[in-house]
Design a protein around this ligand. Structure first.
Ligand code: SAH
Length: 225
């Protein structure tokens, strides 16, 4: 018999339906209200992207460590960034910073095609293998320094950067279509950063500050693993 208080269940294997309900409730209470984003986040199991001792915490609203000293972002931040991108089903999206692949999997539910790049080969290989198992066939995973974007696949309708730069990288601004939206954290890597939304207009770029965030830094060149 379970003697615990309702809602105090620490069993990681707990009832999946209840776990999912709590996960979605946490997202809504932190401002993720877009129905399409919530549906995508309901469909993609975060537990598949978190390994080892941290797997038990996959359904909590917190960032967690992944390989190569990187982190899988907090689910509510993933939701808010995805919501800010306002993706339509015909869009081609570039994500810089594949990490675990979780964010890319959510983008793949909403967009026509997703390109995701990371500077660590180990991370892109593991993520690509997960996408294959999950039959997310519209994601292309590439090992590259994403601060240069992907000139061969550009321009993009939407760009999401999940690592912090001091300023929006020029090549990424250049690879955004007119009417396109880019969401990225900007600021020093050891301080609180600002999540910003950049919209490309006919005349230039509009900038909107969304909220304070903390991301790992955008680093130049390829990683060692
Ligand atoms: N979106 C990820 C979390 C990303 S953590 C997820 O859903 O799990 C940030 C990632 O950005 C790290 O994996 C890091 O290796 C990557 N990164 C940092 N600088 C980069 C660069 N210049 N090009 C590509 N990836 C980079």
């Amino acid at each position: 018999m379970n003697q615990g208080e309702p809602g105090q269940d620490d069993d990681p294997a707990g009832d999946p339906a209840e776990r999912k309900m709590r996960f979605l409730f946490a997202l809504r209470s932190r401002g993720v209200t877009d129905a399409r984003v919530l549906t995508a986040m309901e469909r993609v199991d975060r537990g598949l992207f978190v390994k080892g001792v941290f797997a038990a915490r996959a359904y909590e609203d917190m960032p967690l460590p992944i390989a190569c000293g990187q982190t899988i972002s907090q689910p509510s931040v993933v939701g808010l960034m995805t919501q800010a991108l306002n993706i339509s089903p015909r869009d081609t999206v570039l994500e810089v910073g594949t990490g675990s692949g979780y964010q890319a999997a959510i983008l793949s539910e909403l967009a026509r095609r997703v390109y995701t790049v990371d500077r660590y080969r180990r991370l892109t290989h593991e993520a690509a293998e997960l996408f294959r198992q999950m039959k997310l066939n519209n994601i292309t995973t590439i090992t590259a320094d994403g601060s240069h974007g992907l000139p061969d696949q550009a321009p993009f309708d939407r760009i999401l950067v999940t690592a912090a730069a001091e300023d929006p990288p020029g090549p990424l601004l250049a690879q955004l279509k007119p009417g396109g939206i880019m969401v990225l954290p900007v600021g020093q890597s050891d301080a609180v950063q600002s999540l910003i939304k950049v919209t490309r207009t006919e005349r230039g770029f509009d900038y909107e500050e969304l909220r304070p965030v903390r991301f790992v830094p955008l680093v130049e060149g390829l990683g060692s693993e």
